[in-house]
Design a binder for this molecule. Structure first.
Ligand SMILES: *Cc1c(COP(=O)(O)O)cnc(C)c1O
Length: 223
């Protein structure tokens, strides 16, 4: 199937769920993104600052760019002028830097906190307790140029679908807990970014509001 057909296929699949499609275009050339754009796709996810800034310069200005990778503090300045949503914030120090760069551009940058839900050593993210500490912290309350709009998580890469489901369910529970129990001017829990090509159906069933789909739209990646 073509990229255009894949986009249409996902639009149908997600119709009736609460989830919005973020097309993960990392490593893919501009023409692939343009094909998706012409099929109506406006939200794209990238995980390398350099690729993201280049694509944002070369491609249409009404694209919503999502940063989905691990973001280094010294690179925040390059994406601060235009980034739509940063999905994987995993420290207070990073939030402080995003706030500082957002202020320079007179913007409020929306961020998701990355929660570590997988049974794997390699993935980034905070534990549920660390998230709770962070949202209560005095430092956070002072950051007027960021807004925390939700959580992001990646399930374990396994064929055990019960495990994947319970990891997503746990993330949803934390999301609901924070939604009812935190009150800070810069926190508004509305986005739950979970689900990729291999597990988006389960993620949607467990309450995802944003799925990040790469290979099922653009084909396998050659790194
Ligand atoms: C690459 C990536 C995706 C997309 O993965 P696919 O399996 O190709 O859909 C989603 N989320 C993150 C954080 C990624 O790095």
């Amino acid at each position: 199937m073509s990229i255009k057909e894949n986009i249409e296929h996902f639009r149908q699949k997600l119709d009736g769920t609460n989830a919005k499609l973020v097309a993960v275009s990392k490593t893919k050339p501009n023409e692939d993104l343009i094909e998706a754009y012409e099929a109506g796709q406006r939200d794209f996810g990238e995980n390398k600052v350099q690729d993201l800034t280049r694509k944002s310069e070369e491609l249409p200005k009404d694209i919503n760019w999502h940063f989905i990778g691990h973001l280094q503090r010294n690179k925040v300045k390059y994406i601060a002028p235009f980034i739509h949503l940063i999905h994987a914030v995993d420290s207070e120090r990073l939030l402080v830097e995003i706030n500082k760069q957002a202020a320079k551009h007179n913007r409020i940058i929306e961020c998701l906190l990355q929660v570590f839900i997988a049974d794997e050593e390699t993935k980034f993210g905070l534990s549920a307790n660390e998230i709770k500490e962070l949202v209560e912290s005095d430092t956070l309350k002072e950051l007027n140029n960021i807004r925390i709009t939700g959580l992001m998580g990646m399930a374990t890469n396994t064929n055990n679908l019960d495990q994947v489901r319970s990891e997503f369910a746990g993330l949803k529970q934390l999301f609901e807990d924070l939604k009812s129990n935190t009150s800070s001017a810069n926190i508004e829990m509305k986005d739950l970014s979970m689900g990729m090509t291999g597990d988006f159906e389960i993620a949607c069933e467990e309450g995802s509001t944003m799925v990040r789909i790469g290979s099922a739209i653009f084909g396998a990646r050659n790194y």
